[in-house]
Design a protein around this ligand. Structure first.
Ligand code: COA
Length: 681
């Protein structure tokens, strides 16, 4: 049973029941239609609709997207509810998203518990609402609010929902509140589809289209959502509904929707708690962050925001009190952004303590080593509290550190991307001796911070760093052979990357990439072409944003400005190496950089460093700004197909057989007719 009905007096109770999120599939649609007929046949004077379990409803069942939908269709079911002589009241809790909110919009009265999140997040999975969301929402909250919410997919709290007129009441017990409503008065309320959405000039919609393109470049669904909201101001409701449905079905089959669905489910599979269910480990009731530099402060702030007490331990010259001041500033910003209340901010801020050394941290289950430039890690390890896991960001020396630890099993590598801006990424890189509990603790850290965990399968091998290193090499080769950093960045941003490789390196610091190259010196094939431009930049002290200049200049600490000196430097190196430069088009730049990434990702998979193509996708989307709507590098490669990828690599290999040597995995997929996603050894 997916929809339960019962009557008490003249009130009917209808409950959605498809755990865990009451996703709306054919069973619920049919159950709701039957419930409308039942309420009318029983002569009830109102129906109270609620959801069993954690929430009201997370909307249409995403697992069915792209497949033919059996009748009855949701828009028809909702019209039937809205037009029934028996008024329906929605009593929501937890979440009312997508079809869940559309269901509420078809009811005459809407009540939500204070914990409820309400929104139409469909654009985040590449579609738009398909059951009246784009037509009813503007009629209820006005065109301007609809333009703010639908194309962004932003959900609102129950309080905000009431303030904008999306719901009528907020109450801790929405069903009990619904029982108090006057049935006669409910019957007189005008259905949402009959309200007037008002009118806005076309320039407002044009501005919304530009804003959506700036925020979600390349994505189709937000643009279609805006078109449909515009339609709602003049077109009769039923005609608008037909247009909306056509757009919904069309987008449901789009490559963007497939890619976004892939990421949605991959993200959830990566977080699945069952992965370490049977591994005992202590809870993260306090964490020591070793290193009070910029990165240590960011990790400490993220933990405090997540409600975990932190001891910040000094490891080098950096004074922990300046890190504490930086953390204060971050709390101030979070307060101004309304991300937490003053009371919560004060409590979380008070959970930070400073220590001059490891011993001062006291007993902690986890110490995160963020020490920049080495620090005295041996000293830290020898003072590690008994049982504590040592999670180090020094991925190249996990095993060396493990040898110095009282228990080598407790040392694990972690690569954290955007720890203070979830959902970022946490790559778990085990060493030879890393124990199950140490891996599980790193997994818990990801959960605590809201980061996506990905586990490298080969001790000491980091997936993200290796991909970035190849990507940087390809970008710098293009730079030396004919382009400028801004041309390369622009080409990749047009593809959908959050930013180009040169701007990204300016943020992380050119010294970091330089250190990585020095680590590779010993193992680099001497016959492989080496691009020296980045080394020259480091020699000149151009380390990125922190020094005011890197691949770009940052006058006065402000925004980036193209730097002709960098273009000249590349030209000089090219002349010196007798490189014949060429003028790459944006398409050629993208072709080279993307093939480099795909080829490296394929090798990583072939060598067993990554467990699956999906894991590589997660790393590129959540750790490297690869466009989510392209599904990650391997999903994107599958849209090209292994044969085309192989072809492209073979053509480039004529130029440089070593650098562009196709991965055996790509050849294997092309020969066996397999997709990258399906490839198994
Ligand atoms: N359809 C089908 N399954 C869904 C779903 C949906 N609309 N929403 C969530 N699920 C599944 C998840 O895949 C997960 O399944 P799993 O346990 O097999 O991995 C399970 O429900 C729990 O979801 P999860 O995201 O892990 O729970 P949460 O409490 O962290 O978040 C939501 C709950 C509802 C906020 C979140 O799942 C969400 O945003 N869902 C999508 C909402 C949406 O886009 N609706 C519009 C659909 S058109």
């Amino acid at each position: 049973m997916t929809v339960h009905t019962r009557r008490e007096g003249t009130t009917g109770y209808v409950e959605l029941d498809t755990p865990p999120v009451n996703a709306i599939g054919p069973g619920i649609r049919k159950g709701l239609l039957d419930a409308v007929a039942w309420a009318e046949a029983e002569g009830l004077d109102r129906v109270i609709l609620s959801g069993r379990g954690r929430m009201f409803s997370a909307g249409a069942d995403i697992r069915n997207f792209g497949a033919p939908l059996p009748e009855p269709y949701l828009p028809d079911v909702l019209n039937r509810i809205e037009r029934s002589p028996v008024p329906w009241i929605a009593a929501a809790h937890g979440a009312a998203l997508g079809g869940g909110l559309e269901l509420m919009l078809a009811c005459r009265y809407r009540i939500a518990a204070p914990d409820t999140r309400l929104g139409l997040p469909e654009v985040s999975i590449g579609v738009i609402s398909g059951a009246g969301g784009t037509q009813r929402l503007p009629r209820l909250v006005g065109l301007e609010k609809a333009l703010e919410l639908v194309p962004t997919g932003r959900a609102v709290t129950a309080e905000e929902a009431r303030a904008i007129g999306l719901i009528d009441e907020v109450d801790a017990d929405p069903v009990a509140f619904a029982e108090l409503t006057n049935a006669e008065w409910l019957g007189m309320k005008v259905p949402v589809s009959e309200l007037n959405s008002g009118e806005l000039p076309s320039e407002v919609f044009e501005a919304a289209r530009r804003a959506a393109e700036a925020d979600m470049p390349g994505q189709i669904a937000p643009q279609r959502a805006i078109d449909l909201i515009e339609v709602s101001q003049h077109m009769p409701f039923d005609d608008g509904l037909i247009q909306e449905r056509a757009a919904f079905l069309d987008l449901g089959h789009s490559a963007q929707s497939k890619a976004l669905n892939h990421v949605f489910f991959a993200e959830r599979a990566a977080r699945a708690p069952e992965r370490f269910e049977n591994t005992p480990r202590p809870g993260l009731d306090r964490v020591a962050v070793l290193g009070a530099g910029a990165f240590g402060s960011a990790v400490a702030f993220a933990l405090l925001m997540a409600g975990v007490p932190v001891t910040l331990v000094k490891t080098g010259d950096e004074p922990p009190c300046s890190a504490a001041t930086g953390i204060d500033r971050q709390f101030d910003l979070a307060l101004r952004q309304g991300r937490l209340s003053e009371e919560t901010a004060a409590a979380r801020r008070a959970a930070l303590t400073l220590a001059g050394d490891m011993a001062g941290a006291g007993p902690v289950p986890l110490a995160i080593d963020t020490a920049e430039g080495g620090g005295d890690r041996a000293g830290l390890l020898s003072a590690l509290p008994p049982g504590a896991v040592f999670a180090t960001t020094a991925l190249h020396e996990i095993d060396r550190l493990a040898r110095r630890a009282p228990d080598p099993g407790r040392v694990v590598g972690v690569h954290l991307c955007a720890p203070d801006q979830p959902p970022g990424l946490l790559e778990i890189v085990p060493g030879m001796a890393t124990s199950g509990p140490a891996r599980a603790t790193a997994f818990d850290l990801a959960g605590t911070l809201g980061l996506i965990p990905v586990l490298s399968q080969l001790p000491g091998h980091a997936i993200g760093r290796r991909l970035l290193s190849r990507y940087a090499e390809a970008a710098e080769t293009v730079l030396m052979d004919g382009s400028t950093p801004w041309e390369v960045d622009e080409a990749m941003v047009t593809f959908g990357f959050a930013m180009g490789p040169f701007e990204a390196q300016d943020i992380s610091g050119l010294d970091l990439a330089h250190a990585e190259r020095r680590l590779q010196d010993a193992t680099r094939d001497p016959n492989r072409r080496y691009i020296p431009v980045a080394d020259r930049m480091v020699d000149l002290g151009k380390l990125g944003r922190k020094t005011g200049a890197g691949w770009y200049r940052y006058p006065g600490g402000g925004g980036k400005v193209d730097d002709p000196i960098v273009a000249d430097l590349a030209l000089e190196e090219a002349r010196y190496a007798k490189v014949e430069r060429c003028d790459y088009t944006a398409e050629e730049i993208r072709h080279r950089l993307l093939l480099a990434l795909i080829n490296e990702a394929a090798d990583i998979l072939y060598e067993g460093v990554a467990a699956s193509a999906t894991d590589v996708d997660l790393i590129t989307v959540f750790g490297q700004g690869f466009p989510r709507w392209r599904g990650g590098v391997m999903h994107y490669a599958d849209t090209l197909g292994p044969a085309k990828v192989l072809d492209g690599l073979r053509t480039l290999a004529a130029e440089d057989p070593l650098v562009w040597k196709p991965s055996p995995l790509i050849k294997d997929c092309a020969v066996r007719g397999l997709s990258f996603a399906d490839w198994r050894r």
